[in-house]
Design a protein around this ligand. Sequence first.
Ligand SMILES: [Zn+2]
Length: 166
Amino acid sequence: MSIRPATVRRSRRYNLRLIKATWPYTVQDIATLLGVHKNAVGRWMREGLQADRQQRPFLIRGDELARFLEARQKKRRTKCGIAQFYCFKCRAARDASSRRATLESQRSGKVWLKAICDHCGTRMNKVLGLRRLPQIGRHLMITKPESEHIIECGEASVNRDLEKQS
Ligand SMILES: [Zn+2]
């Protein structure tokens, strides 16, 4: 468990007025425009920023970028319960449909969960520390997409998963 200085994850507000709505931006363009690292933009894409992936480099429309960042700033002010997700369409904390979530990926001590909004059917994402997985597993049935295998949420199974990765 690495301990990072608190300043690393301090939330930032971006100047959304710099963004031109109809302009197609590359990841590098966005990084330069907003003064963030390219990896941050990559993370936003995993969190739901939509890009045109038909060509490389990926292109992201300005209005999509502004929509995402606005929703993200609102998300920061919205409290989600441990088993809840933030729905970008409802713009609210929502429960997972059928109380099910999918473990999308796992790395660097973090897991990416996906679920369907029980209110509007939109896909929702959540990133959380691996150590909180057993806790969330008490509220949600968590499956892996490739196997539909239900993860036992004991510490032992989590550790086994970690060993497999390294
Ligand atoms: Zn929703």
